[in-house]
Design a protein around this ligand. Structure first.
Ligand code: PMP
Length: 437
């Protein structure tokens, strides 16, 4: 089949990596832990798609739920009207979250969840008469999607430098990744709960009365699996509470079992005021995200201050029947198969397997938690992504899918992974690392 190469012009809009243009790769089907490529090869999925297919691929229960829903009720307006499955899913979601959330606001992606949460935070303060609280605080190396709010609070300079004025009044906490201090540490690094104290510096600089919210990924995924140092999230929570600042956890990757818990908030025992999620909510099958909110925040947002009586927020596809059906079948699958507990049970095996790569050429750091992990490589001067991308290509040729960001290799397999798959994944990567220039 030569079509993939003919599609190179079509390929570009959805990838930033120009190398794809020369050598597009295509998946044509999938089942549980494996993809099948257009040239008929099986590829072990070491990344759960894009950190989203937590229950593995083409799970019959989820497929059937979508088919049944399509035949029964294809669409219902998201406003004025409703349908039962959206309410059922919202209830299940808030019940499984560790904090006292009462509402789920449905979106269609992680990026939309982030925008929604940021607006909720501002509206909450305004409805309480704190209209000066408009500043937002993100974190260097934080990833919060690609919309304007998300790239403003996000900490990836390249994603925002060409867009001129973004959200104003945004500060970024320093990132917590100190490779020289946490190289090859197993579990959560010890250093730097004090790094959260930088929030106090920002509060002193601008005044607490100007700050609406802090948004962080509890564990930064996309920029290389950066684990929070011990005490970091706790300290952020403390400072936010002290100054009346809302704390938002962006759990688009860490939600739904990735760390062996429902959400990272549960794993770390730190309760945010808002949680954003997406990806694993529908097992990546149908686009859907959500913001989980307390009653107080939700009511303030929905009712708004007096001048915002006409305030409108929501999406045509918010809580649409197909996504809601997929979400319900997904959460049922997680529960019935005990997949979060399964991830927790495999975490030690996963960590040991990752750390078996220590000492291989170019490996300068290894990080992991639950069923997510990263291997950082020493870059070739002037070619900051080459080694990891070469590893990606070679792994793919050998039938294993990994992901790269810079010279960091990231892995986050479906939670249904077996130990033998972990051996294959890490074993293949080890073989490949030995051959890298
Ligand atoms: N936030 C986080 C933490 C993410 O990891 C992602 C996606 N990788 C997003 C937001 C954006 O999600 P989406 O691509 O669904 O818009």
């Amino acid at each position: 089949d030569t079509r993939p190469n003919d599609l190179s012009a079509f390929w570009m809009p959805f990838t930033s990596n120009r190398q794809f243009k020369k050598q597009p790769r295509m998946f044509v089907s999938a089942d549980r832990m494996h993809y099948t490529t257009s040239d008929g090869r099986q590829v072990l999925d070491g990344t759960a798609g894009l950190w989203c297919c937590n229950a593995g691929h083409n799970r019959p229960k989820i497929v059937e739920a979508i088919q049944k829903q399509a035949a029964e009720l294809d669409y219902a307006p998201a406003f004025q009207m409703g349908h039962p499955k959206a309410f059922e899913l919202a209830t299940k979601l808030v019940d499984m979250a560790p904090a006292p959330f009462e509402h789920a606001f449905f979106t269609n992606s992680g990026s939309e969840s982030v925008e929604t949460a940021l607006k909720m935070a501002l509206a909450y303060h305004r409805a309480r008469g704190d209209s000066a609280r408009t500043r937002l605080i993100g974190r260097e190396r934080g990833y919060h999607g690609v919309n304007f709010g998300g790239i403003s609070v996000g900490g990836i300079v390249n994603n925002r430098r060409m867009f001129g004025t973004l959200l104003t009044g945004v500060d970024h906490l320093p990132h917590t990744h100190l490779p020289e201090k946490n190289s090859f540490v197993k579990g959560q690094p010890e250093h730097g709960g004090y790094l959260a104290d930088d929030l106090e510096r920002i509060v002193t600089l601008h005044g607490a009365e100007t700050i609406a919210a802090v948004i962080v990924e509890p564990m930064a995924g996309s920029t290389g699996v950066l684990l929070p140092p011990k005490g970091y999230l706790e300290r952020l929570r403390e400072i936010c509470t002290k100054h009346g600042i809302l704390l938002i956890f962006d759990e688009v990757i860490t939600g739904f079992g990735r760390l062996g818990s429902s959400f990272a908030a549960e794993y770390y025992g730190v309760m945010p005021d808002l949680i954003t999620c997406a990806k694993g909510l529908t097992n990546g099958v149908i686009p859907m995200g959500a913001v989980l909110a307390t009653k107080q925040i939700h009511d303030a947002f929905m009712q708004g201050p007096e001048e915002a009586i006409e305030l409108f927020h929501g999406y045509t596809y918010s809580g649409n029947p197909m996504a809601a059906a997929a979400g319900l079948a997904t959460l049922d699958t997680y529960a019935e198969e005990g997949l979060f507990e399964r991830a927790a049970g495999l975490a030690q095996y996963w960590e040991d397997a990752l750390h078996s790569l220590k000492g291989l050429p170019h490996v300068i750091d290894i990080r992991g938690m639950g069923l997510i992990g990263a291997v950082e490589l020493q870059s070739i001067p002037g070619a900051p992504t080459k080694r990891a991308f070469d590893a990606f290509l070679k792994c793919y040729e050998k039938g294993v899918l990994i992901r790269t960001t810079g010279d960091i290799i990231a892995m986050s397999p479906p939670l249904i992974i077996e130990k033998e798959h972990i051996d294959t994944l890490i074993g293949t990567l080890a073989d490949v690392l030995k051959t890298l220039e």
